[in-house]
Design a protein around this ligand. Sequence first.
Ligand SMILES: *Cc1c(COP(=O)(O)O)cnc(C)c1O
Length: 485
Amino acid sequence: MGADKTPDNTAPSLDPTDWEAFRARAHAMLDAAVDKMEGARGGRVWTPVPDGMKTDLRNGLPEDGRGGAATDAQITALLQHGVGNTHPRFFGWVHGAGTPSNVIADIAAAAMNANLGGRDHGAMYIEKQVVDWVRDLFEFPQSASGLVVSGTSIATIIALKSARDRALGFDVRKTGVQSAKLVGYTSDQSHSCVARAFDMLGLGSDALRRIPVNDAFEMDMDALCATIGADRAAGLHPFAVIGTAGAVNVGAIDDLEAIADIAAAESLWFHIDGAFGALGVLSDRLRDRLSGIKRADSLAFDFHKWAHVNYDAGFVLIRDEDAHRRAFSDRPDYLLPATQGLAAGNPWPVDYGPELSRGFRALKIWAHLNEHGPAKIGALITQNCDQAAYLGRLVDADAGFDRLAPVAMNICCFRAVPTGLDNAALDALNDRIVVALQVSGIAAPSTTRLGGKVAIRVNITNHRTRFSDMDVLFNAIREVVANHV
Ligand SMILES: *Cc1c(COP(=O)(O)O)cnc(C)c1O
């Protein structure tokens, strides 16, 4: 070795110099993580970030690093300041609760540090199996394609880009949408990610028609047909209809079979936003109402919501593999496929989505399904529906409260209606109730507006929630009302 070279045994790297010390560090963090998870039922739901921690996290980047011990201390302190979704009384928006086993899969995924853009390696076969399992769960044909993604938002963009490109011809990838007059349809309850997809695909969010809903908050089929007819008469080009299997507001499921019929008759791409509701196919309670999923052209859903895979874990499933691949595949010379060696195993995930480098999200999904199996996950979904129905009965039995929507699945929306307050005062009161509960640490519902009224919205996508948590929640709400009026 030349005297001008650094000897290899002292060459710098990012590996630990003392592996035994590193092992102890890693074990300590694992213990802190397990402590956090073992205590998930107790303590506060949401603990605001203390000012000292906020200050600490505004320091500049330390030029020579703070070292492992200081970094681990900062991470450990952070563990108590999640949004609260690991707690059984987190009822806000739609968040999954996660599981301890996911930590194990994430440790292995970090150790492998796999890039799943493509190539022929072990991680790819795990993702392929996840794709196969998903296809079977939703009764899509063997030829359908799928991709693990971060969430339903990007899954929706991928699905609707495939729909757009098939409708306009795949040359649109070069020419752009120009003066195309594509329009699509969804209910006025659909998630904002659908309009965002239209925006990002160059169609404009105005090209997404918001169809009104019926009393059950499901898309009105007559209004859908009338709007399609009017658009055709105006020379526009209807290309897609987006049904929702579990709308965020009240958990409504559109009549997916009826939408499938209309999509077939009108030659529209039928996409389903099933972010949390689609996995209801695992539940005996919900399966029949989701039968239309198997007729969809594409489905976007999340594993990180009602299946409780840790964030983030979404999926897009597309019936027409050819359209899916032609909407994304575009390999430069340095990524050309091969039949042997590392560049084999085609087509690759990069051919089905906008990302080249992709982490090993598939492992935690695969491990979760492999360990628990769909039957248990489905039973937990049913349990959450029963809990929402139970809360609905508590609300209905109390004259001081109005339920503002049917309990279609796992969401119960209601509000306190003490006598003597006008609508504006009731809105303010119900807003205050939710904030008071969140700040108290007892429970964390969120709010929404239904028919011009502020509603307390209780969403249960949580395998830790018990029926007694509904009693704790409702009693706490009654107490806040008593103290505020
Ligand atoms: C959560 C949700 C989305 C967005 O999914 P992300 O995983 O957050 O991107 C879309 N639609 C519905 C109905 C949702 O509940």
